[in-house]
Design a protein around this ligand. Structure first.
Ligand SMILES: Cc1ncc(COP(=O)(O)O)c(C=O)c1O
Length: 391
């Protein structure tokens, strides 16, 4: 049972909002915290933007977030979103003609474009492996990835939680095996923080980009890039500002007083850092509200709803429970995705993404603490009305 906590959120109460996955939803107390940061910035911009003040607050947020992510605070910095973090990585890597980047057939479309762009510039090639479906075993997944590696593979790029299919990919074995072969590992964790337990230090990926504005429920514009060990030397700042200095190693002291790595990436010109500063408020909100329990309930409701709807249409879910979360892609009869999305919104007041993927149609249902069983029933009824029961 989800908890019906809609009053804590600003989303339109007249809509069954089943798309937390795309942009998250920020609780009212966290929005209020962000506004306080913006007020402080506007009251005294010079004091606020003083690198000594920014550095101190950046450090507080990094420490709290690192604790949440099982990471070291010196290994991560604020990126506006996962796309920005992953662009920085992809555009930094030393790729050349003949090199290969290996990904799956479930990656996020904008990141597919990013790798396409980089490959066209460098002469490298993007190759894909099919994730074995249904996804029921970590070993099977790891074997499929390993089978796709060649002597030319320089980069392994995997989503931790996939966008079109909402699978929680068991990436640890593949990351470890690739690193042993000297392959650079890049994980798109856009959905993962707050959705699945994370221990980025133990995972050991060279680069891991994530969002705090989806399932951690921070304001939009709060993402991060986590970079481990020697990978820091590979990353080139996309924007050169006061914190960059030539000829210093990432762990040396930088010109602004943090490590050279943090100085180079934390300072990128004038920007409003209020979303990032409010990450600690989002973490406190989750703790105070007992969000681990909310997450457990939402996951159970999402999966029960998904199984019931898929069953009705004689379809099977794409994975066993271990590889599903509170966001589930439910296979439904083939449909015009855009038309069905609009009909569900306009006729049934349900906001849910309808996804066309590799010859399948899914409704990708996200269940968050503000959703209710009644909303799940509304979705099931709306689909039943349109597609009927298969006999
Ligand atoms: C797997 C995946 N990667 C990247 C992104 C992009 O996130 P953002 O727009 O916050 O950068 C998304 C967005 O939903 C996603 O699902």
């Amino acid at each position: 049972m989800a908890r019906g906590l809609k009053h804590l959120f600003a989303i339109d109460p007249s809509v069954a909002f089943l798309n937390h996955g795309s942009y998250g939803a920020c609780p009212r107390p966290v929005i209020a915290a962000q506004r306080r940061w913006q007020d402080a910035l506007e009251r005294q911009p010079v004091a606020f933007m003083d690198p000594r003040h920014l550095r101190a607050r950046f450090a507080e947020v990094r420490a709290a977030l690192a604790d949440e992510l099982g990471a070291q605070p010196g290994d991560l910095f604020w990126a506006t979103n996962a796309t920005e973090g992953l662009n920085l990585v992809a555009r930094s890597l030393p790729l050349g003609p003949g090199d290969e980047v290996l990904a799956t057939d479930h990656e996020y479309a904008a990141l597919d474009k990013t790798w396409d762009f980089v490959c066209r510039r460098t002469g490298a090639q993007l190759r894909r492996v099919k994730v074995p479906l249904p996804l029921v075993s970590e070993a099977e997944f790891t074997d499929a990835i390993l089978a796709g590696l060649t002597v030319r593979t320089r980069v392994l790029f995997l989503s931790h939680v996939t966008s079109p299919t909402a699978l929680v990919l068991p990436v640890a074995g593949a990351v470890a095996a690739a690193r042993e072969k000297g392959i650079i590992t890049v994980i798109d964790g856009a959905h993962a923080p707050g959705l699945v337990p994370l221990s980025l230090g133990a995972l050991g990926a060279d680069f891991y980009a994530g969002n705090c504005h989806k399932w951690l429920m921070a304001p939009k514009g709060a993402g991060f890039l986590h970079v481990q060990g020697g990978a820091k030397r590979l990353l080139a700042p996309g924007i050169i500002s006061h914190g960059w200095q030539p000829g210093v190693a990432p762990d040396d002291t930088g010109p602004l007083g943090d490590s050279a790595f943090l100085d180079a990436f934390q300072f990128r010109g004038t920007r409003d850092p209020s979303a990032w500063f409010s990450v600690t408020d989002a973490l406190s909100f989750r703790r105070d509200q007992g969000w681990d329990g909310v997450t457990r309930d939402c996951r159970a409701l999402a999966q029960a709803t998904a199984r019931a709807i898929a069953d009705e249409f004689g379809e099977a879910l794409l994975a066993s429970d271990a590889f599903l979360s509170q966001m589930v892609a439910i296979p439904i009869p083939r449909s015009d995705a855009a038309a069905l999305h609009d009909a569900l919104l306009n006729e049934d007041a349900i906001e849910v993404p309808v996804i066309d993927w590799n010859g399948h149609t899914f409704v990708r249902v996200s269940v968050q603490g503000y959703n209710s069983q009644e909303e799940m029933a509304r979705l099931a009824a709306a689909l039943h009305r349109r597609f009927g029961r298969r006999s």
